[in-house]
Write a protein that binds this ligand. Structure first.
Ligand code: SAT
Ligand code: MN
Length: 586
């Protein structure tokens, strides 16, 4: 059902292997979606929620063993193992194909094979990229329809001769022992089996827009990053654009939709993206960012009108919920939502809620919703050229060590700062939660090639332009001796954003340290916030002893990537160590 011979042949070949009962080419229309939703409701895959309070909202319950990304089953399959790097699990392409094709054999018997042409990025943008996902999951189709631009227009783009990434997906039998997420960047190909969940199954997202795209970006001179994009409008109407990289479930969605505290009269945050940014150097030497996605696949627990009012204003309609709890009258519910826990709650597995079974909503429960529904959606979100970045912010979830905010001294130091990000693990991936691990640029699970080459690629931008964004590092998650968060976070993060904007404009004061420049106590706008001077000092403190240890650990981590690590990073290690030593001696 396409004029593109390569695509037609691939679909035919996939059908011959997977043996679906029928093939459906997704056109992206309303009528098609309604029919699909109806079928899923009939099959019990979707549960209709209360249509009065939540029009056009549905709940999906995934298999209980299929609730997050599976990093240990995710592979980058390049001809040369070093190209994938020790940051990725690697398998030789021939072995990977053989292994996964065996699981694909006959896997769609009795099922429909959906062919989803999609576009990542705005229509009419030179930066947008196409893909085609083949899947046997109608849930994936319905989610892809929200997260990407799917259907006829994307197919036309492909038929016009543009290249496309092929993504093959089957839920298989959902057995974790027969689950793999495999990437073949040299073939622009993804193969996924055994999971119906988020980043494992919506192949346009992490698999294409990060792992495959990062590989392409390296050879083509741009960056595919795990970043939100927002615009910060000041009271004069001037908007400054920033992108920020934090690991999964560390608050990207909340920051992207931030509502400033009341005292920040006239300031406004505009949302462009909450998870992925593609950055291209423009003719002016600045980095221009587009959001390749069209929707949000955000974490529900913890979301409320206090933590993220814009999000609550987004997810009340036309939303697919996954693994949330549901109230007796059919409303979605999760831990941290505004309404107190009601009687007769049904948990994420469909059981009557019993605290002995853990939380009512799964900690990685999600909503899928169109970005255009967000009250703070930027009028620049679909600009074909993207938005020009003034700042890039890196951050992690660190209860110790990292101060509230600091600014890298220059681009090279900024790349070091990104490469040294560490964060406590979250429920977004299977495995233990709360362990500190290195997560450079928040890309540990998503960089499709050797991290050392990736850092060199980042560093190379410093030689190409003198007009790059300033780089910052933030940490909203610092705790005191009693284990309490010291910083209120959420809307109050505006105080840090404002300092960042002022630094970009060369206005706010800072104290230069070997780690970077930290705000002076009175250059942070703390109006209306009841924090003691001692707490603010503690939040901004950089302890030379602790940082000497930290830099040693960073150096050890960087060293583990061997000779490919760019000299620029090792230069920064040496500089910081010697400056810290001088400080300790003084
Ligand atoms: O499951 S996803 O990768 O889509 C979400 C996330 O972990 O960031
Ligand atoms: Mn993410």
């Amino acid at each position: 059902m396409t004029k593109n011979a390569q695509l037609a042949a691939w679909v035919e070949q996939s059908a011959a292997l997977m043996k679906p009962e029928r093939i459906h080419w997704v056109d992206g229309s309303e009528a098609e979606n309604s029919q699909l939703v109806e079928e899923m409701v009939r099959a019990g895959t979707l549960i209709q929620l209360n249509q009065t309070t939540h029009p056009n909202c549905y709940l999906h319950r995934s298999a209980p063993n299929d609730v997050a990304r599976v990093e240990h089953l995710t592979f980058v399959c390049t001809r040369d193992q070093d190209a994938a790097g020790s940051n990725n699990h690697w398998m030789a392409p021939a072995d990977a194909h053989e292994k996964i094709d065996a699981l694909y054999a006959g896997c769609m018997r009795g099922r429909t094979m959906y062919v989803i042409p999609y576009l990542m990025g705005p229509y009419d943008s030179l930066y947008s990229r196409a893909g085609v996902e083949i899947t046997d999951s109608p849930y994936v189709v319905a989610n892809m329809r929200i997260m990407a631009r799917v259907g006829t227009r994307a197919l036309t783009h492909i038929e016009a001769g543009n290249s496309f990434v092929r993504g093959l997906h089957s839920v298989g039998d959902l057995d974790p022992d027969r689950r793999f997420i495999m990437h073949f960047p040299e073939e622009l190909l993804i193969k996924s089996v055994g999971s119906g969940y988020g980043g494992n199954a919506l192949l346009g997202k992490k698999c294409h827009a990060l792992r495959i795209a990062s590989w392409q970006a390296r050879t083509e001179g741009w960056l595919a990053e795990h970043m939100l994009i927002l615009g910060l409008e000041d009271p004069t109407g001037k908007t400054t654009y920033v992108a920020a990289a934090f690991p999964s479930a560390c608050g990207k969605t909340n920051l992207a939709m931030l509502v400033p505290p009341a005292v920040f009269n006239g300031w406004k945050v505009w949302t462009i993206g909450d998870d992925i940014a593609w950055l291209h150097p423009g003719p002016d030497g600045r980095l221009w960012a587009i959001n390749p996605e069209a929707g949000f696949f955000g974490v529900a627990p913890g979301t409320s009108s206090k933590t993220n009012p814009n999000c609550m204003g987004t997810v009340g309609r036309n939303t697919i919920y996954t693994n949330v709890a549901v109230t007796a009258d059919g409303q979605p519910w999760w831990e941290g939502i505004d309404q107190p826990q009601p009687e007769n709650l049904t948990d994420w597995q469909g059981r009557p809620y019993d605290p002995a079974n853990g939380p009512a909503a799964h900690p990685n429960a999600r909503f899928t919703v169109a970005a255009a529904q967000c009250p703070s959606y930027s009028d620049q979100a679909n600009a074909p050229q993207g938005v020009p970045l003034s700042a890039i912010i890196f951050g992690g979830r660190r209860s110790t060590v990292a101060p509230l905010v600091y600014e890298a001294l220059n681009w090279e130091h900024g790349v070091f700062t990104g490469a040294s990000v560490a964060s406590e693990t979250t429920a977004a991936a299977t495995g233990k939660v709360g362990l500190v691990r290195r997560d450079p640029m928040a890309m540990k699970p998503f960089c499709g090639y050797n991290f050392a080459d990736y850092w060199a690629h980042w560093a190379s931008f410093g030689e190409r332009s003198t007009n790059l964004p300033k780089i910052f590092h933030v940490n909203w998650f610092r705790k005191d001796g009693a284990g309490r968060f010291m910083w209120p976070g959420y809307g109050d993060n505006m105080r840090v954003l404002k300092w960042i904007v002022e630094r970009c404009e060369g206005r706010a004061d800072a104290l230069k340290t070997p780690i970077g420049s930290v705000p002076h106590f009175d250059s942070l706008d703390m109006g209306g916030l009841d924090l003691t001077r001692a707490t603010i000092d503690a939040l901004l403190a950089i302890d030379p002893e602790i940082w000497t240890q930290e830099v040693d650990e960073i150096a050890k981590y960087l060293d583990s990537f061997g000779e490919r690590v760019p000299a620029a990073l090792m230069r920064q290690v040496a500089r910081i160590k010697s400056e810290l030593a001088n400080q300790r001696a003084a």
